[in-house]
Design a binder for this molecule. Structure first.
Ligand code: AHM
Ligand code: MG
Length: 334
């Protein structure tokens, strides 16, 4: 027997506080949790079960898919399509939305997800993750279309990620703070280990892929230059830098010890406003960061207020410790 609170118990106790809850949402989250356990197991076994390496196919974004991108997408869909809680799903790995197949009942929620974020790291055994965002299907809509997904992040009812690192962790928000759970493999349960996660308002640690420096806009150039100038520069302090190239690991570090993460607007490819996708990367991470007391912005606007125009829309992302993100946003205003 474990003594901790399992994620199942935690979700049910949260549900009891809502007078009109039917258990539908609790049950949906349980399916998401099950999918993350399966993915954790696959990522953990890696080469032993032949799942590493490239699949030599391209997704809708023109990125070469890894075998595990395809397998984990399948796992997430199969775990969540049958129970009658969802009306449709949208995935980084699917060109169009995924309607619930006719043989299953349809539910009142929509879910967008990235089944394996940071998958460029998978073959080198560095942390990767799964990100998901849940919204309500518009009232009266039986067969949702792409347009039904295109609502701002402020409408999310739940956001979360699983981090497959030295430990597998699940971090969740339903709009009532952020809680972190660690997978105990011996009993197959996520146990509450990080209640009420909060991001310190100040930080001296930044995170950006500086190989893109020549493409950045002036405000980001200025900010990073000032960080690098250290104690003798205008910020009067030394900064540290980290770049994992797995957004989930990056956000998790910020939730644990503070920091600022940026994948800003750049001129590398004028057809793309940034690298990260709004619906299943930026929005869910923004909800988590804001619920933990941080800020999430493009430099020009609050990410969760963007009215999406496509399920695979890309946006600039600047998120993390409040005071530091506000410095960068201030430079954009200048
Ligand atoms: P992915 O969904 O194809 O894995 O791409 C998203 C990832 C993020 O996790 C990470 O922050 C970023 O891409 C890394 O980009 P780069 O390869 O430029 O370092
Ligand atoms: Mg991704």
């Amino acid at each position: 027997m474990h003594n901790g609170v399992s994620v199942t118990q935690f979700i049910i106790e949260e549900q009891r506080r809502l007078p009109n809850a039917t258990g539908d949402f609790t049950s949906l989250l349980n399916d998401v949790v099950s999918a993350c356990k399966v993915i954790s197991n696959l990522v953990n076994k890696g080469s032993l079960i032949g799942v590493l390496g490239t699949a030599d196919t391209e997704n809708v974004q023109g990125e070469t898919q890894k075998k595990l991108d395809i397998i984990t997408n399948e796992v997430f869909i199969k775990s969540n399509e049958w129970a009658g809680h969802l009306a449709a799903m949208a995935s980084e790995e699917e060109d169009d939305i995924y309607p619930i197949p006719a043989q299953y009942p349809k539910g009142k929620y929509l879910m967008s997800f990235d089944p394996l974020d940071g998958s460029s790291n998978i073959d080198v055994n560095i942390s990767v993750g799964t990100i998901f965002s849940i919204t309500k299907c518009p009232e009266g809509v039986e067969n949702p279309t792409k347009e039904d997904f295109l609502i701002p992040g402020t409408e999310q009812v739940c956001a979360g990620y699983a981090l497959y690192g030295p430990s597998t962790m699940l971090v969740l928000t339903t709009g009532n703070g952020v809680n972190g759970f660690t997978l105990d493999r011996d009993i197959g349960e996520f146990i509450l280990t990080h209640p009420n996660m909060t991001i310190p308002a100040d930080t001296r640690e930044f995170s950006i892929n500086s190989s893109n420096q020549r493409f950045w806009e002036a405000p980001v150039q200025r900010y990073v230059e000032e960080c690098l100038a250290g104690k003798e520069g205008p910020r009067g302090d030394n900064f540290n830098m980290r770049w994992v190239a797995s957004m989930v690991a990056e956000v998790h570090r910020i939730l644990t010890r503070g920091g600022i993460f940026m994948y800003p607007k750049d001129t590398k490819d004028p057809s793309k406003a940034g690298k990260l996708r709004l619906m299943y990367e930026a929005n869910p991470m923004s909800m988590i960061v804001e619920q933990a007391g941080g800020v999430s912005h493009t430099g020009y606007e609050r990410i969760m207020e963007i009215k999406p125009n496509d399920i695979h829309q890309r946006v600039p992302v600047i998120l993390g410790s409040k005071n530091e993100v506000e410095v960068v946003v201030g430079y954009h205003k200048d």
